[in-house]
Design a protein around this ligand. Structure first.
Ligand code: NAP
Length: 265
């Protein structure tokens, strides 16, 4: 069977200039993704609450000859997302690529966690992604092209103890993305999931050491930490760039990235 990869011309034509938005670009996977997208030629809009950290990443992009803009973004506030989207389009023009990356996890035992805290995590990890979709995807559908990438987590398919609201949010995120993929079929807009395994970033750096030890020991106990290797953020950034630079006619629906086990002697 011959599988067509589509064409770079005609109805699959891509504009040369593909402005990209990255949320949670102030650290970790988001910062690495902004740098990689810029290196691949995308003008990049960086959003997060720590604007100064985004500015540092943007400065590196500009030093390398790329184009970057920074605006404050709090995904838990609809007004903030709408103001961010307006400012980005004013700076870079119509957005072609949206990377929904921002997320957070706090450890806790489900029956002890306050429901308000549980809801706050879902509000960022799931509803925040929906706020982003509302702000950018209608325009993409109208223009009949675009890429949306949801950064999920392996907890979406293999839940880990003491992070139940995070697991619930990522399960929800993948369910939302799967439904969206069907709704967008034939619109020229591709929605994709990139699902990282354990990755070195700032995630968990604010955890109490005893809590972190409890969580890691539980991972081992339930067979969820088969080896101690973590991914570099650049590995996830590369996967995201691969997804959004796939030729038209190809849709990378889901890319799961896991740390390779150390090679045994
Ligand atoms: N690290 C891992 O092992 C791992 C594994 C699987 C999946 N992931 C996923 O990867 C994504 C990136 O996480 P990371 O590992 O790179 O962690 P990180 O270094 O802690 O980055 C998280 C980012 O989210 C942003 N953020 C948090 N709350 C926000 C809000 N209310 N509004 C806007 N931005 C907000 C943070 O920026 P500000 O604080 O400046 O707002 C930060 O830039 C997350 O979706 C996470 O679930 C990570």
């Amino acid at each position: 069977m011959v599988v067509s990869t589509g064409s770079a011309t005609g109805r699959y034509a891509q504009p040369d200039r593909r402005p990209a938005v990255v949320t949670g670009a102030s650290s970790g996977i988001g910062a690495a993704t902004a740098l990689s997208l810029a290196a691949a030629g995308h003008p990049v809009a960086l959003g997060a609450r720590r604007v100064n950290r985004c500015e540092e990443v943007a400065a590196r992009i500009r030093e390398g000859g790329g184009e970057a803009t920074v605006h404050p973004l709090d995904l838990t506030e609809s007004e903030s997302v709408e103001a961010f989207a307006k400012a980005v389009v004013a700076d870079l023009g119509d957005v072609e690529v949206v990377v929904s990356n921002a997320g957070a996890v706090a450890p806790g035992t489900l029956h002890e966690v306050e429901s308000e805290r549980f809801a706050r995590e879902i509000d960022l990890n799931l509803i925040g992604a929906h706020r982003l979709v509302r702000a950018f995807v209608p325009g993409m559908v109208e223009r009949r092209r675009g890429d949306v990438v949801f950064v999920s987590s392996d907890v979406a398919v293999r839940a880990r103890p003491f992070m139940s609201s995070y697991a619930a949010g990522k399960w929800g995120l993948e369910g939302m993305a799967n439904a969206m993929q069907m709704e967008l079929e034939g619109t020229g807009v591709r929605a994709s999931i990139v699902r990282p395994g354990p990755t070195w970033s700032e995630m968990g750096s604010d955890w109490d050491v005893d809590e972190a030890t409890t969580v890691l020991n539980a991972w081992v106990r339930f067979g969820l930490a088969r080896h101690p290797h973590f991914l570099k953020t650049s590995a996830i950034a590369n996967a995201i760039v691969t997804v959004v630079t796939a030729p038209r006619g190809v849709h990378l629906n889901l890319v799961e990235v896991s740390p390779e086990a150390p090679v045994e002697d």
